[in-house]
Design a protein around this ligand. Structure first.
Ligand SMILES: Cc1cc2nc3c(=O)[nH]c(=O)nc-3n(C[C@H](O)[C@H](O)[C@H](O)COP(=O)(O)OP(=O)(O)OC[C@H]3O[C@@H](n4cnc5c(N)ncnc54)[C@H](O)[C@@H]3O)c2cc1C
Ligand code: FES
Length: 301
């Protein structure tokens, strides 16, 4: 079992959780993820390392309650334990050698991109971070990102933080001003990553995107997580999750992303019902709202 040491709500939809997993904490690197399972009846889901402390033996994850499993996870508390917490899985993000980087996070993707920004900063790279959220109440990790970036620009869809617009606008502006990035890393909704890649392509800036297709085993066996990259289909779990943004077929990824939506909706309703019938405050309407809005923001996504 993997004891939960700390649970903290970052906003109405997003939870930060620290789990005791010493073996993984020693090995895991930015960009890698774990597959966790709450208990015997639970599904395995992939969640990315947001932070780790090898000395304390802990791994921190940040997740958005979008469906059956993440809703149950958000109800867990310090002192509870997870049945499975397997990893590290996937490949670390290739960050070595970057001198000037722009890290871009969309919604929850901000939490997934944070360890890369931190690593780059600690290794002498000048890092700009651009993040985008639907509204100012959903902004997360502002202080943590300030601590590891030369510049942080936060955009909101509704302009409620005084900065209305999409993340590609400040990216384009920085490039036009001569930012001279040698790496752009984007983690967020597929549509956001598509437009980030389209923005950097004319300038030939190396652009990595973190893909989040449906994963079942996380070990390359099931074929569920295929992503079209150039002429071939690669597995996000073992070949990724980061890929060259100028080669990914984002339209294909978006088509595949909606294939299981009705099945997931049914599981989500069942989970909400189960939590409610267990006599807990399941945040019913709030959680349902988070699902509708969050589905496109998960992992950005
Ligand atoms: C490599 C990787 C890293 C991820 N890291 C994070 C993270 O750090 N934080 C976070 O909040 N989310 C992350 N996700 C997405 C997260 O795995 C899904 O939100 C979660 O599985 C949803 O499960 P559910 O039962 O709560 O919701 P469901 O109702 O089952 O699904 C809600 C949505 O999540 C997606 N999803 C469902 N099951 C999976 C699965 N097994 N694999 C991938 N996507 C799935 C579907 O696209 C669906 O639309 C990551 C996904 C991948 C592939
Ligand atoms: S999750 Fe099964 S092949 Fe990647």
């Amino acid at each position: 079992m993997y004891p939960i040491e700390r649970v903290e709500a970052l906003n109405a939809e997003v939870t930060r959780m620290t789990v005791r997993a010493p073996e993984i904490a020693r090995k895991i690197r930015p960009g890698q993820f774990v597959m966790l399972r709450i208990d015997e009846r639970g599904e395995r889901i992939p969640l990315t390392m947001n932070d780790c402390d090898p000395e304390a033996g802990t791994v921190t994850i940040v997740f958005q309650a979008v469906g059956a499993t993440t809703m149950r996870l958000a109800r867990m508390r310090a002192g509870d334990a997870l049945l499975d917490f397997a990893g590290p899985l996937g490949n670390p993000t290739e960050l070595a050698g970057a001198r000037r980087a722009c890290v871009i996070g969309g919604g929850l993707g901000t939490a997934i991109a944070y360890p890369q920004a931190k690593w780059l900063h600690e290794h002498g790279c000048e890092v700009d971070v651009i993040t985008g959220f639907r509204t100012k109440d959903l902004i997360i990790l502002e202080d943590e990102i300030n601590a590891c970036s030369a510049r942080q620009v936060i955009m909101t869809d509704d302009g409620s933080n005084g900065n209305k617009g999409v993340v590609t606008a400040p990216l384009q502006q920085r490039i036009d001003e001569g930012a001279d990035y040698d790496l752009v890393l984007a983690v967020g909704p597929v549509i956001m990553m598509k437009f980030v890649a389209a923005t950097t392509k004319p300038f030939g800036i190396k652009t990595l995107v973190s893909m989040n297709p449906l994963m079942i085993d996380g070990t390359g066996m099931c074929g569920g997580c295929r992503v079209k990259v150039g002429d071939e289909y690669l597995h996000a779990c073992v070949d990724g999750p980061d890929f060259d943004g100028h080669l990914v077929d984002f339209d294909d990824a978006m088509r595949r992303g909606v294939m299981y939506r009705s099945f997931e909706g049914a599981a989500r309703e069942a989970a909400a019902g189960r939590v409610a019938s267990e006599g807990r405050d399941c945040g019913g309407s709030a959680a349902a709202g988070a699902v509708g809005a969050g589905a496109d923001e998960r992992k950005g996504a």
